[in-house]
Structure formats: structure tokens, C-alpha cells
Design a protein around this ligand. Structure first.
Ligand code: FAD
Ligand code: DHB
Length: 396
């Protein structure tokens, strides 16, 4: 058995785990990151694309702003479309200059993996049989790598292993409360080799359901369609996806997405999860391991970044002065932000998705939804509320 001693053992090499390792490294705190998938898989996985202003600021603060500045697309507004019209919400104007930046999660991960390699701190991919124990004493992580058993002993464990990880299930069920809502929707997403036909995102509600126009670069468009959670991707050949997207996104001014070769497609179910508390002894959960938001508000990756920013600060305080006050406040402060993001994401989801699961109340809801969106685009106060939440408040 190979035995390793470090200060912080990090389970999961997604955006949360990698950013935490980077933040700790900048403060001279050692960490060991282990990830069960391959480096290629972690980089190529197509996921989030919208960075809040605070996430962009964090990337700059930690010395990873250069490529983001060069390749990221700063957007100062978004469109909300319904009834055949697009309405622009001027995010920056409404929030004193804050904006979002389009920069794929895989690009963030790539930058973080490069920085990790340059730091010389350990990051192991393709580990198996990960388990954690002794959160009340000196925590340990066991895993296999290349068939060999390993044991990492650390002062703290950061559970950054996402929604299918092992850290949360390792906490006794009586010690956590899990709040969950499953939505009767899923998103079918495609990545397309075609220049985006709009400079800004378009969130659209059509009588056939939600559709979202987004992008990754000046050459790559990203599109999503609301589908039923039971939908089988095999039933969606490209032509069917395009005709449905065009139907739902087309506006009376003639705007429609550009077609091009589809390079990736997949279906993601939508749910909300909040784990309370976010810690157990010396185990701290961060990112999707602690909470999942429906994607409509584009909050998941940004919440993960806010968590690890806070956790790194608290660990720094501990190593600096021995004080555990900030570590003990980690969960409460994180849950406040998480519930704020849940509220916003649930509101965006319910305002923009067609719910056909509720029988007789559907007709009522459709009219209520129309009133909601008409109010949104005609009231500066309502637009400001959306803008403030969408660009995100400062990390706290
Ligand atoms: P993850 O990215 O899931 O990383 C966890 C890591 O842990 C993974 O690499 C996993 O392989 C690893 N792991 C799991 N189990 C183990 C184990 N036992 N041992 C070791 N490693 C393990 N968010 C936004 O902010 N904006 C968006 O626009 C947006 N769009 C999205 C679109 C889609 C289609 C999806 C699916 C998600 C989207 N999200 C978005 C959410 C965002 O992708 C997640 O919130 C984000 O990935 C969370 O990061 P994380 O590091 O906490 O978790
Ligand atoms: C994207 C994803 C989202 O969840 C969202 O709200 C906006 C854009 C994207 O992948 O580009």
C-alpha cells in the first residue's frame, strides 16, 4: 500500500476540485486531487458555458485570466423570446456594468489542469474504488491506481465529486437532510459547427416548449430543446432536432439559428438538490456534490466556484491562525447562496418551460406564464431582478 500525507485530500477533479487545489496552492497549502475518469474525458465533457462576473473575476485573480480574456465572449445582454418577438435584457446597463462571459467549462478545466501540472502538486486520473473514512479524527482516502492500493491521510477532505460521487453517501443518513425537486423536463443539447446567428443568448418559450440558443465561440453554436425526461436520444435524428429548434426559436423579424454539422448531442434531466449541512466533521462538500440546480439559470458551475473560493479562504484562516470559525461557518454561508440560486433557477425554469404534466391546470399556467414574461420585459424593476441574479452577486 502506498501511503501519502497531505493537508487537504480532494475527491473529484472537476471544476470545483481543480479550482480548490489551485486556490490552496496559491496559499502554500498542499493538496492531493484524485479523479476517477481520464484527463481526456474530464476535458472533453460538454457542459456549462456561462460564467458569472464573479467567476471571471476569480479566474483573473488566480492568474488564469489570459486565455479567458482572449477567447471568452463577454455578453452584456440576453434575449428572452415569446409570442414571436425577441426582447433584450441589458444586463450590464441594469447592474452597473456586470456581465456574463461565454467560456466553456471544458476550457476552464483545461486551464486548471495545466496550472496544476505546472505547480507540481499531485493530480491522479483514472483512480478506482475510492472510499473515505475517519472524518472526525484524521481523515483518510483509500483508492486504487493502476491496480495498486493507496491511502491518503489528510487534515481535511473536500468532497468535490459531483452528483454521482461517494463523499455524500459516506455521511451517515441521519446526519444530513437532502431536499430534492425533480422537474418534469429534460434538455436535449447539441453542439454545432456553425457561426452563432446572434451575438447574445436567446431564451425562448414557444407553445411546443422551451428552446435556448447559446454558443461556445465565433465558430460553434450550442442549442437546447426542452424534451420529456423519458425521451430517448435515438428518436431524435438531426433533422428532427433542427425542425423543432427552428419552430421554437424563429422570431417574426426573421431571426433563426444557423444550421451546421452536429458534433455532439445528449439529454440531461433536470432536478434541484440541496444537502444540509454541507459539512460533516472534517469533510466539506462543494459544488454538485452538495447541490444541483436546473440549468435554466446557468448557476451550477458558478455556485461550485463560490463554494471553493469560500472553502479555500476558511482553510487558509485555519492554517494561518488555527481558527476554525470560518470553517464552521462554511455550510451556513454556502446554503444561503445555494437557496438563492435555487430560487432563481426554479423561477427561470417555471417561467420558460411548458408543463404538460399538470392536466387541467396547464391552460391556466400558460396564460399566467405569458403574463409573467410580458411583465418581465416591460418592467425595468423585473428586468433588473433577473439581471442581478443572472450575472450573479459577488462571492460571499
Ligand atoms: P463535476 O463537474 O461533476 O465534477 C466532479 C468530478 O468528480 C468529476 O470529474 C467526476 O468524474 C469526479 N468523480 C465522481 N465520483 C468520483 C469518485 N468516486 N472518485 C473520484 N472522482 C470522482 N452550470 C453553469 O454554471 N452554467 C451553465 O451554463 C451550465 N450548463 C450546464 C449544461 C449541462 C448540459 C449540464 C449537465 C450542466 C450544466 N451546468 C451549468 C452545471 C455544471 O456543469 C456543474 O454544476 C459543474 O460541473 C459542477 O462542478 P463540480 O466540480 O462540482 O462537479
Ligand atoms: C448554456 C447552458 C445553460 O444552462 C444556460 O442557462 C445558458 C447557456 C450553455 O451551455 O451555453
Amino acid at each position: 500500500m502506498e501511503r501519502i500525507r497531505t493537508q487537504v485530500g480532494i475527491v473529484g477533479g472537476g471544476p470545483a476540485g481543480l479550482m480548490l487545489g489551485h486556490l490552496l496552492g496559491l496559499r502554500g497549502i498542499h493538496s492531493f486531487i484524485l479523479e476517477d475518469r481520464s484527463q481526456e474525458h474530464v476535458i472533453e465533457r460538454v457542459r456549462a458555458g456561462v460564467l458569472e462576473q464573479s467567476t471571471v473575476d476569480l479566474m483573473h485573480e488566480v492568474g488564469l485570466g489570459e486565455r479567458l480574456d482572449r477567447e471568452g465572449l463577454r455578453h452584456e445582454g440576453i434575449y428572452v423570446a415569446f409570442g414571436g418577438e425577441r426582447h433584450r435584457i441589458p444586463l450590464a446597463e441594469l447592474t452597473g456594468g456586470r456581465a456574463i462571459t461565454i467560456y466553456g467549462q471544458n476550457e476552464v478545466v483545461k486551464d486548471l489542469i495545466e496550472a496544476r501540472a505546472a505547480s507540481g502538486e499531485p493530480l491522479r486520473f483514472e483512480v478506482d474504488d475510492v472510499s473515505i473514512r475517519d472524518f472526525d479524527g484524521l481523515p483518510k482516502i483509500h483508492f486504487r491506481h493502476g491496480g495498486q492500493p493507496h491511502e491518503v491521510t489528510c487534515d481535511f477532505i473536500a468532497g468535490c465529486d459531483g452528483s454521482r460521487g461517494i463523499c455524500l453517501p459516506s455521511i451517515p443518513a441521519s446526519q444530513v437532510q437532502i431536499y430534492e425537486r425533480v422537474y418534469p423536463f429534460a434538455w436535449l443539447g447539441i453542439l454545432v459547427d456553425a457561426a452563432p446567428s446572434s451575438d447574445e443568448l436567446v431564451y425562448s418559450l414557444h407553445e411546443r416548449g422551451f428552446a435556448l440558443f447559446s454558443m461556445r465561440s465565433p465558430q460553434v453554436t450550442r442549442l437546447y430543446l426542452q424534451v420529456s425526461p423519458e425521451e430517448d436520444i435515438e428518436q431524435w435524428p438531426d433533422e428532427r432536432i433542427w425542425s423543432e429548434l427552428e419552430l421554437r426559436l424563429h422570431t417574426r423579424d426573421g431571426w433563426t439559428p444557423h444550421r451546421g454539422p452536429v458534433t455532439q448531442k445528449g439529454i440531461t434531466r433536470m432536478r434541484s438538490v440541496v444537502v444540509e449541512p454541507m459539512d460533516h466533521g472534517r469533510l466539506f462538500l462543494a459544488g454538485d456534490a452538495a447541490h444541483i440546480v436546473p440549468p435554466t439559470g446557468a448557476k451550477g458551475l458558478n455556485l461550485a466556484m463560490a463554494d471553493v473560493w469560500r472553502l479555500a479562504g476558511a482553510l487558509d484562516k485555519f492554517y494561518d491562525s488555527g481558527s476554525e470559525t470560518e470553517l464552521r461557518a462554511y455550510s451556513e454561508r454556502g446554503l444561503r447562496r445555494t437557496w438563492r440560486a435555487q430560487r432563481f433557477s426554479a423561477w427561470m425554469t417555471s417561467a420558460l418551460h411548458r408543463d404538460n404534466s399538470s392536466g387541467d391546470s396547464s391552460a391556466f399556467d400558460q396564460r399566467r406564464q405569458r403574463a409573467e414574461l410580458e411583465y418581465l420585459v416591460s418592467s425595468r424593476a423585473a428586468m433588473t431582478s433577473l439581471a442581478e441574479n443572472y450575472v450573479g452577486v459577488a462571492f460571499d
